[in-house]
Design a protein around this ligand. Structure first.
Ligand SMILES: Cc1cc2nc3c(=O)[nH]c(=O)nc-3n(C[C@H](O)[C@H](O)[C@H](O)COP(=O)(O)OP(=O)(O)OC[C@H]3O[C@@H](n4cnc5c(N)ncnc54)[C@H](O)[C@@H]3O)c2cc1C
Length: 503
């Protein structure tokens, strides 16, 4: 194992993407490839967050563990994500309740919350360098004026799951995120964000300290999962183990094609601006993370005075530079005061979505386990899955069975990708149309009040000139046209009527 200094080089960018996180990665180790046969209790395939957490937790319970990583630890989603650590799942709570019922949904929520706590505790306990845990919560912002819906959603999360959330009215949202694009928001107070790559690297180090042997550049080429001792073949050596954990996400490929086909790979794009200095304060005065969509639009946070912004999706990997242009436009749309921001880093990462948008966790056949499909909500759920599977293997815990309703179903192959793309485009379009309509309504309301002011001024002038007959006639029409709005004309007419009757 060789240690590398803090400064990232071209090799690191080639592995981890041209990301801000690669540029600011902590001192890290390169592990050798496996070149001798090994016999262990558990073989974990995949060195992302799911595999690392599982391996660490099994080793901490005293069992021997080997982790095989085809490339480098956390080279993809686990090291390239935006680092929001949130409660819950990618799927909405309402859909989860519809699928498994309220009681099980509550249990699932508390499991995801335990995963969330694990990330926080692990960073604190290990003192891992560069994890940059930042408090401030997570704002889920509405781009339409939906005060009642947002209030109801916050109430639902509080009363159903005991979630620590608050509704923010539009004024408060706009005091923190200075844009007329946003209205109300739900603030998840406990949420935080981290430097995802340094967290994964710190987790790997901690796993090794617990006894895990990690081999990089060691793809599992084939697997014989039948029998008491499973066999995993790599380019230069074999591993025999009682249990195998598949934590390969969408990169598992031909190892077990039937399983790979249960995920739709989704690539999303991220960019980090050059330091913006004080200018950032003109747009964002919020230390936490922000999503202005459930799925399709923007997710962002600060890293010092840089803005890290992610959005857009494709079902095939595309050029980050190309998508950076779109992200630039997205930022200008939300925060025009920032102008055309300059990006210093742009990268992409690929996540895996199951059809039900819930993670795949459990025992597929005796001794063969899966921890996969964490979608865009993987920081807390990979931690949860690692713990559930470790406890299942070592302590025979059955808690993972709460995920049984979320079976592994075929994701539809290229048709599934097309459906995902269409789904994204539909949601993105719907969200943009809703946002535009909301903005239009605001404009109309403003125009209307200007017209009212003008009408009022005219009427006032006529009344001053002795148009008493108009006072008697006009109120009925004016109020009938705008029954729900106490507009300026109506107010003025009422005032005149009162004046007239008293004097
Ligand atoms: C751009 C982006 C932003 C995101 N933002 C957030 C966020 O803010 N918050 C959040 O909660 N989630 C976020 N996510 C989701 C989160 O990053 C993922 O859900 C999570 O990292 C998945 O971890 P994993 O271990 O399952 O997969 P991966 O990180 O993909 O790791 C799988 C590993 O398995 C290895 N592997 C596969 N097959 C083999 C084999 N045959 N042999 C050996 N090794 C193999 C791969 O090389 C890979 O390293 C984001 C994802 C992306 C892409």
């Amino acid at each position: 194992m060789s240690d590398k200094s803090v400064t990232a080089d071209a090799g690191d960018f080639a592995v981890y993407g041209s990301s801000y996180f690669a540029a600011s990665m902590a001192a890290h180790a390169e592990r050798p490839a496996l070149n001798l046969d090994l016999d262990v209790d558990v073989c974990v395939i995949g060195g992302g967050l799911a595999g690392l957490t599982t391996a660490r937790e099994i080793a901490r319970r005293g069992w021997s563990v080997v982790l095989l990583e085809g490339r480098r630890v956390a080279w993809n989603a686990s090291g390239r994500n935006t680092g929001f650590v949130l409660p819950g799942y990618g799927q909405t709570p309402q859909a989860i309740i519809a699928r498994v019922g309220l009681e099980r949904a509550k249990i699932l929520w508390s499991l995801a919350l335990a995963g969330f706590g694990y990330v926080r505790d692990t960073i604190a306990e290990t003192g891992m360098p560069g994890a940059e845990l930042t408090e401030g919560g997570w704002l889920m912002v509405s781009k339409a004026d939906r005060a009642d819906d947002v209030r109801e959603e916050a109430r639902f999360l509080r009363t159903t799951f005991g979630a620590d959330v608050a509704m923010w009215p539009t004024l408060k949202v706009r005091a923190h995120l200075k844009t007329p694009s946003y209205f109300q928001a739900i603030h998840f107070r406990e949420a935080f964000h981290i430097h995802p790559l340094n967290y994964a690297l710190g987790l790997a180090k901690s796993a090794e300290e617990a006894g895990v042997r990690i081999f990089e550049q060691t793809p599992a080429l084939s697997i014989d999962p039948v029998g008491v001792r499973k066999r995993v073949v790599t380019p230069k050596a074999r591993v025999r183990s009682a249990h195998v954990v598949l934590a390969g996400n969408v990169h598992l490929g031909d190892l077990l094609p039937g399983i790979s086909r249960t995920l739709v790979p989704v690539t999303t794009y991220v960019a980090a601006t050059a330091p913006l200095g004080e200018k950032i304060g003109e747009a964002i005065a919020f230390a936490g993370s922000v999503s202005d969509t459930n799925w399709a639009d923007n997710h962002y946070r600060l890293a010092g005075d840089r803005l890290i912004w992610s959005g857009r999706m494709t079902v095939h990997e595309s050029s980050p530079a190309r998508y950076a242009k779109r992200l630039q436009r997205d930022i200008a749309r939300v925060f025009p005061q920032l102008g055309e921001v300059e990006f210093e880093y742009a990268w992409r990462g690929t996540l895996g979505n199951a059809v039900h948008r819930m993670p795949q966790i459990g025992e597929i056949q005796p001794g063969l386990w899966i921890a996969s499909g964490f979608g865009g909500h993987g920081l807390n759920t990979t931690a949860m899955a690692g713990n559930l599977i470790a406890r299942a293997i070592v302590e025979d815990s059955k808690t993972w069975r709460h995920f049984e309703p979320f079976e592994m179903v075929w994701a539809g192959g290229s048709l599934g990708r097309a459906v995902a793309k269409i789904g994204y485009l539909t949601v993105a379009t719907r969200e943009r149309v809703t946002a535009r309509l909301a903005q239009r309504q605001v404009r109309l309301r403003k125009q209307k009040s200007v017209v009212d002011e003008r009408q009022a001024e005219k009427l006032w002038g006529r009344l001053q000139n002795g148009g008493d007959a108009e006072v008697a006639a006009a109120p009925v029409d004016a109020e009938a046209e705008q029954p729900a709005q106490d507009n300026t004309v109506s107010k003025l007419l009422r005032k005149m009527r009162r004046k007239k009757s008293t004097g």
